[in-house]
Design a protein around this ligand. Structure first.
Ligand code: T1G
Length: 694
């Protein structure tokens, strides 16, 4: 065994050279792995009488891609595309054994080998598009040669994982085996030596151009993803696959480097690492409590959604209502959600009945005496919640965690009425709870760190993105939303049309503008919030709810009533001409001189408002890090992923630009537009939000 550099080793066994890649956790193609692999190939080729070289991975997967941590830094040789070419041009046949998730640069290494074998359970893919990139080590040139342009383009533009059998049928791998990587490496190598497993060079396959298909896909992309950069560069690179491979690889490299330079690549990589590091909180070093049986109080939309997500994670669920009819309705909704999850491929059909059997509907809180954790999802009323928690305190076993799904109420107040405030926490799910990935973990003053740790462990089990939040009205997301939604309302009062505001934010990258979102959620919910907050609204605050109040008073609550800011006929959505009269009447009543706003100005105001409140949430330690705010908005509020989140986006503007915008707007409304002290300090220190994510 020749240990090349601690990550790569080579073993000679008769005429076979076995190169083992061992770079946990996912064998990322770091500079050390590339350097070791290159040296191993040279060393193996220099040995006498080697008939075949096999590359395989140790651990849970073959190479899962280039090392994303190296992006944005000075690239270091050997460069992956060059290494793949060296593999392909080797005189001794080189084959690869793929297991786990051979993705991106990992699959590209394999495409440079002269035969690829997979191990059962393998998934392959070219997910670079999710990082704002394209396959930059030959994937756009070799994949079409192996499986044709349409299949290659689908793989590159979707970034999807392809299961082993499909990969075999597509021609991406040559044979499927079962067993451990090293044993399969030996078996496949011996088959090469006896001619049972053929080897071939991908670069010698000629691909016919298919510009008709490429033009069709490009046209569709311009409709759906015109704001994204890398999909168009993917097509540009794939177009070159009918040229000699040296030319194609040059065009691919050029396109890759252009993508690497974009803010979209930086935003998507921030999102990738943020999703993983957001759960790294001090409490995650503490052992969580055991949770196998969950009690849920309230079988309404949220309760049934939360029950669904817990059942899908294999947890037992006792679902509580106080009226049989509501319990039946909620139970039926859970079953529909599970069937919907099967349709969406989130739950295997063969697991449906077993999953449903974990659900135990019951009338009365006394059935929760043995659960490990309760999630209260009752009506958003503090008195109702206090009454429930009083009962839970007397019914639940010692050590049971008592959580509320409240979206803004004070967890400390709820905890204070129990004899176990240390076991009380907020677990704020987002509707639909079995689809939305965000879970705000709201930590009270007295919450035991082990309870917080359990919140994060539950989030992982539910495949949610858990974000730690402090206690304030609305925690992180709804607190910030409540602020910047006023900007949208002020813009409409002052001259913009709701549909224009939506279009402006959709062109910025939001899937839906704020008026479509509020129509979808139900205008009555915001109406209730405005009335709840009316008694405590500061007198200096410019009221932003006049137009929305009039719309609600007309009984128009959005999609659920067929009419809101828009008209809903079946799945069609149209502007609602009846709101123009309401808007004009309110402007007249307020004596407003109508202004014109262009889309750029709408986005500037909206984003500046969002960022300024996000900074205040950081100042008050409601969120510990800027990335916590970013992940809340990426996973709970449809913030465009390629922009990385509000504060990652703020770094592209800089604190000084934000301060000057706020100071300009403050001339119109000094109560609403205030520069947070933290932003001024950042401008003085030259600090970026990314510096605060450590
Ligand atoms: N580089 C660096 N670190 C990576 C990584 C990568 N490619 N993939 C994962 N990690 C880290 C991750 O941050 C986490 O770290 C740990 O590994 C476990 O990951 C030239 C340019 C492979 C399906 O996009 O999809 O190749 O938090 O929690 O849920 O054309 O990781 O433990 O410190 O996600 O089991 C293309 C990205 C790169 C694959 C495993 N490849 N990774 O999922 O574990 S670009 C990708 C994943 C490229 C070439 C181009 C998943 C996974 P930590 P995890 P998992």
């Amino acid at each position: 065994m020749q240990n090349i550099n601690g990550i790569v080793s080579v073993e000679i066994n008769n005429k076979i050279a076995l190169i083992c890649l061992d770079n946990p956790p996912v064998n990322a193609a770091s500079q050390a792995l590339r350097d070791g692999l290159q040296k191993a190939l040279i060393w193996a080729s220099s040995q006498n009488d080697i008939g075949v070289i096999v590359i395989y991975g140790a651990g849970r997967t073959f190479v899962a891609g280039a090392d994303i941590k190296e992006f944005g830094k000075q690239p270091l040789a050997p460069f992956l595309p060059d290494l793949v070419n060296e593999i392909e041009q080797a005189e001794i046949p080189v084959i690869s054994v793929l297991h786990g998730t051979a993705l991106g640069g990992g699959l590209e290494i394999a495409l440079g080998t002269h035969a690829r074998v997979g191990i059962e359970g393998l998934k392959v893919g070219l997910p670079e598009i999710h990082l704002g990139l394209l396959p930059g080590a030959g994937g756009t040139q070799r994949t079409p040669r192996l499986c044709g342009i349409p299949a290659a383009l689908d793989m590159i533009l979707s970034g999807r994982h392809i299961h082993a059998q499909e990969a075999l049928e597509m021609g991406l791998i040559d044979k499927l085996y079962d067993g451990q990587p090293r044993d399969v490496a030996m078996e496949a190598a011996q088959e090469v030596l006896i001619g049972k497993l053929e080897t071939h060079r991908t670069d010698q396959i000629i691909t016919k151009s298919n510009n008709v298909h490429l033009d069709e896909v490009e046209a569709r992309l311009l409709q759906t993803h015109s704001h994204l950069f890398s999909p168009h560069k993917c097509i540009e690179a794939v177009r070159a696959c009918s040229l000699p491979i040296e030319e194609g690889l040059r065009i691919e490299r050029q396109a890759f480097e252009e993508c690497m330079e974009t803010p979209q690549r930086a935003g998507l990589i921030h999102a990738f690492f943020g999703e993983r590091s957001v759960s790294r909180v001090p409490e995650s070093k503490i052992a969580p409590r055991q949770v196998e049986h969950i009690g849920i109080i309230g079988a309404g939309t949220m309760g049934s959604g939360i029950a669904t997500t817990c059942l899908m994670a294999g947890l037992r669920v006792t679902l509580i209502e106080n009226v049989q009819e509501n319990l039946n309705e909620g139970t039926a909704k859970v079953k529909r959600n599970l069937q919907d999850s099967v349709k969406r491929g989130k739950l295997q059909a063969e697991n449906l009945s077993k999953t449903q059997s974990l659900l135990q509907p019951a009338l009365g809180i006394e059935y929760l005496d043995q659960v490990d954790l309760v999630i209260e999802a009752a009506f958003e009323d503090m008195d109702i919640k206090k009454e429930i928690f009083r009962k839970l305190d007397s019914v639940c076993k010692a050590g049971a965690i008592l959580a509320s799904n409240t979206s803004y109420l004070d967890i400390n107040q709820i905890a204070a009425i129990t004899s176990r405030p240390q076991d009380v926490i907020g677990l704020h799910f987002f509707s639909p709870a079995h689809v939305m990935r965000l879970l705000e973990i709201v930590v009270g003053k007295k919450t035991d760190p082990a309870v917080t740790a359990t919140g994060f462990s539950l989030a992982k089990k539910l495949r949610k993105v858990g974000v730690k939040a402090g206690v304030c009205d609305g925690f992180i997301g709804n607190r910030i939303l409540a602020h910047y939604r006023k900007t949208a309302a002020y813009l409409v009062l002052d001259g913009a049309h709701p549909q224009q505001v939506d279009q402006a934010l959709e062109s910025f990258g939001f899937a839906m503008g704020p008026y479509k979102v509020t129509d979808l959620a139900g205008l009555d919910i915001d109406w209730m919030t405005r009335r709840r907050k009316a008694p405590t609204r500061p007198k200096e605050e410019r009221y932003s709810g006049e137009i929305a109040d009039r719309i609600c008073e007309s009984g128009w609550f959005g999609r659920k009533s067929g009419q809101g800011y828009y008209l809903y006929k079946g799945r069609d959505i149209h502007t609602n001409p009846d709101i123009d009269a309401i808007i004009n009447a309110e402007r007249q009543k307020a004596g407003i001189t109508v202004q014109k706003f262009n889309n750029k100005e709408i986005v500037k105001r909206y984003m500046t408002a969002m960022i300024s409140e996000a900074v205040r949430v950081l100042e008050e330690r409601i969120a510990a890090r800027p990335l916590d705010v970013d992940m809340v908005f990426l996973f709970g509020y449809g913030f465009p992923r390629h922009r990385g989140g509000p504060l990652h986006y703020a770094d592209t503007l800089g604190p000084q630009e934000l301060i000057s915008r706020i100071e300009t707007y403050a001339k119109e409304d000094s109560h609403y537009w205030k520069v947070p002290d933290m932003l001024r300090q950042m401008a003085l220190d030259g600090t970026k939000f990314s510096d605060l994510n450590g």
